[in-house]
Design a binder for this molecule. Sequence first.
Ligand code: PLP
Length: 397
Amino acid sequence: MISEAMTGLGKKRSTIREIFEYGNQRAKIVGRENIFDFSLGNPSVAPPDCVTEEIRKFVSEERPEVLHGYTSATGLEWVRQAMADSLNSAYGTNFNKDCFYMTVGAAASLCIVLKAIACPGDEFIVPAPYFPEYKCWIENTANAKCVLIPADPTSFQINFGELEKSLSENTKAVIINSPNNPSGAVYSEETVKKLASVLEDAEKKWGHPIYLISDEPYREIVFDGFKRPFVTKYYKNTFICYSFSKSLSLPGERIGYVLIPDEMEDNRDVYAAVCGAGRILGYVNAPSLFQRVVGKCVGKTADISIYNRNRDVLYNGLIEAGYSCVKPQGAFYMFPKAPEENEYAFCEKAKKYDLLLVPGTDFGCPGHVRIAYCVQTETIERALPVFKKLAADYGIR
Ligand code: PLP
């Protein structure tokens, strides 16, 4: 007998992966250049030069048995200090190396935090639109209840009416993600302040901490000079789950961190729980070479202006074609309304033109579709006439 739940998860690929695999099959038939694959959030921009330079340096200068050896479970001290220094100089914060726990990317950061804090009967609130894996991690890693709350589709900021209705004495944490996958929305300072105030009131009412888990793999991918509020400055019981997957275009190398600020209640016990969760989940330590690489490259980014250009080309093209869409301010996703209520039907019609989009229901937002525009700009330019043709099929222009 084996776990039915795990077998089920293993047999059912995520919708995004299904569409991506479909695209690969179609590419074999019609040619890669004829597939407009907007399914996957794999960065299309190369890592900055410092990444390759530092890999070369470490490989040639560090003793191999050290470079490839185990590190301390929390991560190398100088690397954690580099994380603190970088944030302190960017945001005027006051972190130190002991606030950081290096991880195998944001997915691991989130699983570790969930496991570290979840107790029987706990609920985790997730505002839509959300990254679909949250539900899977809350239910299967933390064995807790996932409470999904509907989006505010006019702005994709938080739907506070729904949030306030969902808070209860069982609420352990709220998970937010800004810049957001799939909407590209970036939470304003007003949103973050209001969220902090709602959670502080709930903490007082229920008499226990309610954590904010801020999932930030797209932190630096923000457009139009928007100043993204740094959440720990507004709410003390905040975990930051960070990853270098998108900022440095390193998703396959699996490197990130959990940040536990000193202001967090009982922060040393919480830090110990994070270490315990990392241990039982079997992570041992974050990749040794890439800890060192991000220790040297932290604060730098891949060329984000390319995503900005893609956003402009795609957004202007979609609006001109008659689609309705909240303009994204960050990440590399766009989340327009499908021109019919059933977005699955729309995605199927798009598929006939080899245009691959992801239905919004998976992100808790029916009636929308996600376009991952981390592709070559030229692919977007060639796809726009197809979007136009589709719009014409619906008679919206
Ligand atoms: N959270 C969000 C919102 C994401 O979009 C992703 C990946 O796309 C992750 C977490 C996982 O990131 P990582 O590759 O760092 O595990």
